[in-house]
Design a protein around this ligand. Structure first.
Ligand SMILES: C[S@@+](CC[C@H](N)C(=O)[O-])C[C@H]1O[C@@H](n2cnc3c(N)ncnc32)[C@H](O)[C@@H]1O
Length: 289
């Protein structure tokens, strides 16, 4: 088994990608002592999450139909990763803008769009700096990307930037896990996805939750098998944690948005959920006011 495990310690000349990884580590995006970023291997990440893609894209269609009379044309995805959703939305005829901090993920996405003869406006950028111009109809951000923003000030900055790049009456679909007050502080999820002779076994461990500091560690472990080879990628990410009450407090400080509905990860537009401590997987539908 080949274990990909790069160390900062080797010194010498560092290339741009290495410097970027170190910057992410210093700024707290990566918490592991290993300099390894699963997000820089989007082909495997996207494969692991491919089952969610159609549901998310269907939800964009459903929001457009139910709340915008089917008129949504321009979509923005911050933290798009390898672009599984970007590709699906572009295929459905939307005009998509997408950004990610990971240059390898963006390069991969550009190639993928070209291969599929699709077009989208994608670039490496920070969701703490980028805003869409001209404004879009719907922004979508799922799978906990928002929890990478570790402070309230960062979360509010991001909401403000998304709001300024949304048309009035447009929507921000924001999905992430909540940690209810009585929930276990450690959790593990595992699943395997196979496609085109490659299998990815994903193990997702949540631990080191600190309710006072509002952080936890999420460890992603991807075991990738293809032919005779097995590769393993592990990264720890620090994430902000939210209870239902903390989400309400956050949104109350973002007057650019009103919370219209809350859903769970089943993405059923006709089944909104109450925002309380029974909800673990939350999708917030925020309207730009
Ligand atoms: C949980 S992954 C989700 C990827 C993709 N949206 C998906 O659903 O498959 C989080 C992504 O957010 C990106 N990311 C983290 N912090 C970011 C930031 N400040 N600005 C832009 N992208 C960021 C990471 O590089 C990573 O690709």
């Amino acid at each position: 088994m080949l274990i990909i495990h790069q160390q900062i310690t080797r010194g010498g000349d560092l290339n741009g990608a290495e410097l970027r990884l170190i910057k992410k580590k210093i700024t707290g995006l990566l918490t592991d002592s290993k300099v390894m970023d699963c997000y820089d291997y989007p082909q495997y990440w996207d494969l692991a999450f491919r089952d969610s893609t159609r549901e998310e894209a269907n939800f964009v269609d459903a929001v457009s139909l139910k709340f915008l009379r089917g008129r949504a044309r321009r979509i923005f995805e911050p933290g798009c990763g390898g672009g599984r959703l970007v590709v699906e939305l572009a295929r459905r005829g939307y005009d998509v803008t997408a950004i990610d901090l990971s240059q390898p993920a963006i390069s991969y996405l550009k190639k993928r769009l070209r291969r599929n003869q699709l077009d989208a406006n994608v670039r490496a950028a920070d969701m703490l700096e980028f805003t869409c111009h001209p404004p879009v109809d719907i922004a979508i951000n799922t799978v906990n990307t928002f929890r990478h923003l570790l402070t309230e000030s960062q979360a509010l900055t991001h909401l403000k930037l998304v709001a300024s790049g949304l048309k009035k009456g447009g929507f921000y679909i924001l999905g992430f896990h909540l940690l209810p007050p009585d929930a276990a502080l450690e959790d593990r999820e595992c699943w395997t996805q196979k496609h085109a002779g490659i299998s990815v076994h994903m193990t997702l461990d949540a631990f080191h939750a600190n309710r006072r500091k509002r952080t936890e560690t999420l460890r992603f472990r991807m075991q990738v098998k293809g032919g005779q080879t097995t590769r393993e990628f592990t990264t720890d990410y620090q994430m902000r944690i939210y209870t239902a009450a903390q989400v309400k407090t956050l949104f109350s400080k973002a007057p650019q948005f009103e919370l219209v509905e809350v859903y769970d990860f089943f993405y059923d537009i006709d089944e909104p959920q109450p925002l309380d401590d029974r909800l673990g997987d939350a999708v917030f539908l925020l309207r730009r006011v």
